[in-house]
Design a protein around this ligand. Structure first.
Ligand code: GLU
Length: 325
């Protein structure tokens, strides 16, 4: 690794191409871009398209265009290239395969035979049984003897593979929300790294990618805060450096629902079509972030150095409510 890379921070924006980017994506993208630009680092665009049923090429192509419209150009990533290409998860499956194989050889994953009905059965039993908190998986597959696993496979069952989370508690500093402490509780199942159909899960892909792409700073919506202790644990097990995290408040509608495809009017291309200027969008987001007093139109470059993530966390301890016009 060159000295330049070791010094600069590396952030990323990692949308799933399951719809057009909306204001909620623009919020996370702008804050992550500003965090990186404020310290002379690199901003990476990664497309998280592992779910073949929901991901569409048209959305992947469109997101580059929407980011360019906003003035948020990646230094590296999908559509740009770079040292860590490819930047689309569907083209990185060999990396997940290799990491999974290493974990399997070391006994860090175990086959889980829980089906939906078995989960229900186990959960009913758990409510009556005097065990401690239920972790692992609902059917306690981590504890199955090898001969029983072999029997189930011989009977034609295809297991999921779960990561055996090592830690039961963790503490870290979140760049936006401050000190975090986590204790494993009831129903915190071990994450599925590989599904029974052979596809890889989000937890494995995101950790392998953030690790290989040498991401130092993950900034994302705080709906993913609960994934962080699990990801930190998995980084350690894979021997990869753990990034810093900042979880920013989500933008929600007046009913408290996070912005999504159903808020079509807040899709960036819809705003653009209806004549809204990118500077107006950036100005509005910048005012929410506390970078400026009033939502005056501006370009992202004018905001460099003005972002204080801890202030975002203090100002918005919960959600930001967005009115649809
Ligand atoms: N692909 C995820 C999403 O669009 C983001 C994953 C992450 O930032 O870790 O919600």
């Amino acid at each position: 690794m060159s000295a330049v890379m070791a010094e600069g921070i590396r952030g990323r924006f990692a949308p799933s191409p399951t719809g057009f980017l909306h204001l909620g994506h623009a919020w996370v993208a702008l804050l992550s871009w500003l965090q990186v630009r404020g310290s002379g680092g690199s901003w990476v665009l990664r497309v998280e398209d592992l779910d073949p049923d929901r991901s569409r090429d048209v959305y992947a192509e469109a997101l580059r265009e929407d980011l360019t419209w906003l003035g948020l150009d990646p230094d590296e990533g999908f559509g740009v290239g770079g040292l860590h290409a490819p930047y689309r998860q569907s083209e990185r499956v060999d990396r997940y395969e290799a990491a999974f194989r290493a974990l399997r050889e070391r006994g860090e994953v175990y086959p889980c035979f829980c089906t939906r009905s078995r989960v229900r059965e186990a959960e009913r039993g758990a409510a009556l049984a005097p065990h401690g908190p239920l972790t692992g998986c609902p059917g306690r597959c981590a504890e199955r003897p090898e001969r029983e696993r072999r029997r189930l496979v011989a009977e034609g069952e295809r297991p999921h593979w779960r990561y055996r989370v090592r830690r039961s508690r963790d503490e870290w500093e979140d760049g936006c929300r401050g000190h975090q402490s986590w204790e494993r509780g009831e129903g915190n199942w071990d994450p599925i790294l590989r599904r029974r159909d052979g596809t890889f899960g989000y937890m494995l892909a995101v950790v392998v990618d953030d690790g290989e792409m040498q991401i130092t700073d993950v900034l994302r919506g705080d709906d993913l805060l609960t994934a962080t202790p699990i990801q930190r644990d998995l980084f350690g097990t894979l021997g990869l450096p753990v990034p810093r995290y900042a979880h920013v408040p989500l933008l929600v509608d007046s009913a408290g629902r996070r912005l999504s495809k159903r808020h079509g009017a807040l899709a960036l291309r819809e705003l653009r079509r209806s004549g809204v200027k990118p500077e107006a969008v950036i100005g509005r987001l910048a005012a929410w972030a506390g970078c400026v007093e009033r939502p005056e139109p501006c370009r992202p470059g004018e905001l460099i150095g003005l972002l204080d993530l801890a202030k975002v966390g203090r100002r918005w301890p919960g959600r930001i409510v967005v009115q649809e016009r």
